[in-house]
Design a protein around this ligand. Structure first.
Ligand code: DOR
Ligand code: ZN
Length: 366
């Protein structure tokens, strides 16, 4: 990473290969038209989540969605598509997946997050021979694709409903080892790692076959922020933001310079009425400032050096099996203010973005 400093040694400017977003929800239609340019401004490429309405469950629909994203980003962003793992997804949809621009299959536990109604009913399907999910994962390993995990369990082995703060730890302890053992050749990415249990598992088991993405919100926010003065719907995501000790474990993993750890925003916009609602939807827009926020976070952690470049631009592409961008992006130390909301022509409702109204101290040089 190229770094320019002021005479007092403070970093003034950084230049790095254009980053990769390991996990994004650019949505479709009007929302995509808002989000596409934001993504393309910051990222060379990114993994696109398939939990649209309806979900992406075929190569044909994935390639239509891919075309829409290319159009919305003026071909300045490479969308790497995923298919939604359902109990009926046809393994034949994975035939020659890479030639269709599809890099992986996403596991959603049914009912545990936004648009997860089509998700897998029982996590044990992932490791039980004969189930549809098992057959899909077999095929996925053969094709060299990646299994992307929303690593959360809803129930324990006695069918007691889990506390939401325990959903990820339970999956990491009980389900992930079983998935790994059942599919030894499969590459697995644990998405939006959010807990100390997850970080510890990664330190022990991460490598060529197992990696994880880290969001900006799990890296910088903790439960105190979510409940300061009352519940903050614009900090509500699945998996939920954990107590501070978990954030600290995620920070330690992010700056440990491990090749199996990379940036993944989980930018997930919702209209304001779905956030200020009886049942607040998980997900918030971060594509408007994500890269700038990660730079700030790494600087605050004393790690704004080559470790950041590997986290943001190198590790993800290598894991998914394509070269990092040969283009570069430059960020300069300059204050700017995040908008309070976005409302573009065609959008019915405002979108309230992450850190609305706050000052950012890094800016992308146009
Ligand atoms: O908070 C979340 N929002 N978590 C997810 O897993 C899905 C996402 C969305 O699509 O809104
Ligand atoms: Zn997501």
């Amino acid at each position: 990473m190229e770094v320019k400093r002021y005479t007092n040694n403070t970093i003034a400017e950084i230049e790095l290969p254009r980053p990769f977003d390991g996990h994004g929800h650019p949505r479709r239609d009007e929302l995509l038209r808002l989000v596409g340019p934001m993504m393309a401004k910051r990222f060379a490429s990114g993994i696109v989540m398939p939990n649209t309405k309806p979900p992406i469950t075929s190569r044909l629909v994935a390639s239509e969605y891919r075309d829409d994203i290319l159009h919305s980003t003026d071909h300045r962003f490479s969308p790497l598509m995923t298919l939604y793992l359902t109990d009926t997804l046809d393994p034949a949809e994975l035939n020659e997946m890479r030639t269709w621009g599809i890099y992986g299959v996403k596991y959603y536990p049914k009912g545990l997050t936004t648009n997860s109604d089509s998700g897998v009913f029982s996590p044990s399907s992932l490791w039980t021979p004969g189930t549809n999910a098992f057959n899909v994962l077999r095929k996925l390993a053969e094709e060299g694709g990646v299994l992307l995990l929303h690593a959360a369990d809803g129930f324990d082995k006695n069918n007691n409903e889990l506390d939401p703060y325990d959903q990820e730890p339970h999956f990491i302890r009980e389900s992930l080892p079983r998935v790994k053992d059942a599919h030894p050749d499969l590459k697995i990415s644990v998405e939006h790692l959010s807990t100390a249990v997850g970080a510890e598992f990664m330190f022990k088991n991460g490598g060529y076959k197992l990696g994880c993405s880290i969001t900006l919100h799990h890296l910088t926010k903790d439960r105190r922020d979510v409940f300061r003065g009352g519940f903050r719907p614009h900090l509500m995501w699945w998996p939920i933001i954990q107590p501070a000790e978990h954030k600290e474990a995620i920070q330690a993993l992010a700056i440990a310079d491990k090749r199996f750890v990379w940036l993944g925003t989980d930018s997930a916009p919702h209209p304001v009425s779905s956030k200020r609602a009886d049942c607040c939807m998980g997900g918030v827009l971060t594509h408007h400032m994500a890269l700038e926020g990660y730079v700030e976070a790494f600087e605050d952690l004393g790690a704004l050096d080559d470790r950041f470049e590997r986290f943001a631009s190198i590790n993800g592409p290598k894991f998914f099996g394509f070269p990092p961008s040969i283009k570069t992006i430059t960020l300069v130390r300059e204050d700017w203010t995040v908008k309070n909301s976005y409302l573009t022509e065609g959008l019915q409702e405002e979108i309230i973005p992450f850190r609305y109204g706050e000052t950012m101290r890094w800016k992308i040089q146009d």
